[in-house]
Write a protein that binds this ligand. Sequence first.
Ligand code: ADP
Ligand code: MG
Length: 444
Amino acid sequence: MLDCEIKNGWTQFLEFIENRCSSAEFENWIAPIRLVEGSHEEVILEVPNVFVQEYLLDNFKEVLCNFLPLRGSGEPAIRFLIMTEAKAEVPAAVAAPAEETSPQTLKLNTLYVFDNFIEGPSNQFVKSAALGVAARPGKSYNPLFIHGGVGLGKTHLLHSIGHYVCEHHKKLRIQSITTEAFINDIVDHLRNKSIDKMKRFYRNLDVLLVDDIQFLQNRLNFEEEFCNTFETLLNQGKQIVITSDKPPGQLKLSERMVARMEWGLVAHMGVPDLETRVAIIKHKSERRGLNIPNQIAFYIAEHIYNNVRQIEGAINRLSAHSRLLSTQLNEEIVEKILSEMFQSSAPNQKISVEEILKSVATVFEVRISEIKGESRHKEIALARQVAMYLAKELIDDSLMKIASSFGGKTHSTLLHAWKKITDQIQINETLRRQVQMVRRNIET
Ligand code: ADP
Ligand code: MG
């Protein structure tokens, strides 16, 4: 699988190099290199011989770091295939990555560890739940079900649990698998008539980490096998952790499966708030050796707000450009470089407080005038806090100005409300659904 962003990174790298070496050098050494596969974990380059590989690393390792994903050690995450070897190996790798289908190997992204995970109000709860599970597998929350939008760190936390267990509970048998890979595994073993062996493998695990369970929807035949495996493990007190883009109740899966998944703890991974996004930007850019001044970090965080993976993409681009131009970054340059990204991630900019009030009033069955008023009646106060929470989340304006649209409240009242709702939706499923409903009404 060739990720589009990786492909772009590689093309940008080639352009960068082409301007920096003679055309003969480029033709001899760089042009023959072919990008075979690339994900955010590893890039596979096909080279005609080992000398080309050495040439590339000796001369351009540092530059490569700016365009391609990195390993935990800070080295570019490249695997080389020598041409003849490549010919034989590539088709197999594309059809079915050998490591992925073999249940014995544990594949964890080396960068996805607890230490690299930046905390904020939106993810503190789920992170502590993950830490709890990692510290005492099978003894705290079981299963742990983590759900939330794309690019918010679900896989990161899942793999963090994996690393922690490997390090601290060396004797435990653990497997981390995507739902797709699990299904492929079943298909392969059915074909090879070795399904019992596979069942034994999974049912003998102590910790099973399952990523992206939403891909099990509409796969009726596989759901049963999943469910049986889950039940066997849960009944023996073995730990299961599941991630999903939706809460269990919203997945199109059997009642039995949903019930199993709701058995333990269901934790929501929210969109990080501004300060957390800034902290993430600082952390990621420092790792890349890029100095992003606070003001610029805030500027980026204000414009890319619903996907941490996009934030990473932005940092990669800035890092490449700042090397290329050897200039200090300022808002103007940043805007120019990231303009496309900003547009695609800023669909909410036109939302007004009035729209939010209208939607909250409908869902919570109160009047707009009551939300704007002073009443401390429980239902009204809750609706008011939800409206304030959403206004802070969705409107790109100063807190003071937003607060004043609520019948002249102060910005500290707004912040207090935002904090309270942020905490509440982590633990209160009904409230979370109501907030989602309000959001959907506004956004459509
Ligand atoms: P998801 O599985 O929810 O789609 P990922 O776990 O793949 O998201 O995260 C996307 C990228 O963003 C990863 O590179 C991850 O390291 C990074 N990321 C997400 N949240 C955080 C965080 N809180 N701190 C640091 N990095 C994060
Ligand atoms: Mg994921």
